[in-house]
Design a protein around this ligand. Structure first.
Ligand SMILES: [Zn+2]
Length: 159
């Protein structure tokens, strides 16, 4: 999916057209937040977050990778770090656990709701070169083909 926030991309804002930070709008540990991380009127108040939520419930992905900016790292997820570690090596970003509480975050909701799967965030740097886009896409494809191998998929299951 190219973006969960097409209106924000078009406007150059973090929030959607309602000013809601969609990554504070998911149902796990949602709480009211104002300002740049305005979390909306309630969990899943926004059509974009509801669409992503429904897609995830329907597809139940084993691995979800959310691309953000601007920190230049892979956020080490709670639970199994196998896929995140592999992506960090393939892209060449450090694997670091971001410490914020991140209420209402999409990936934290997924890891809570689907503990057998993994969702994590790749934080691209502020400036993203074409080479980095190519390398990141290649990393995702490599991980996907590695996970098609039963031996590697066993690593995903055990960490
Ligand atoms: Zn982020």
């Amino acid at each position: 999916m190219p973006t969960i926030n097409p209106d924000g991309v078009a406007a150059g804002t973090r929030g959607n057209a309602h000013g809601v930070d969609l990554n504070r709008n998911f149902p796990f540990r949602w709480r009211p937040l104002d300002g740049g991380e305005y979390s909306g009127t309630g969990p899943l108040s926004e059509p974009e977050s509801r669409a992503a939520y429904r897609l995830i419930l329907r597809e139940k992905p084993d691995v979800t990778i959310w691309f953000h900016q601007p920190f230049g790292l892979v956020d080490r997820p709670a639970g199994n770090p196998f896929a995140a570690r592999r992506i960090s090596r393939l892209i060449g970003f450090p694997l670091v656990r971001l410490r914020g509480p991140y209420p209402g975050s999409a990936s934290r909701w997924q890891n809570h709701h689907f503990p057998q799967s993994t969702a994590f965030v790749v934080e691209l740097p502020r400036q993203v070169s074409a080479a980095l886009v190519t390398r990141s896409a290649a990393a995702v494809r490599s991980l996907a083909s590695e996970l098609a191998s039963p031996a590697v998929a066993a690593g995903l299951a055990t960490g």
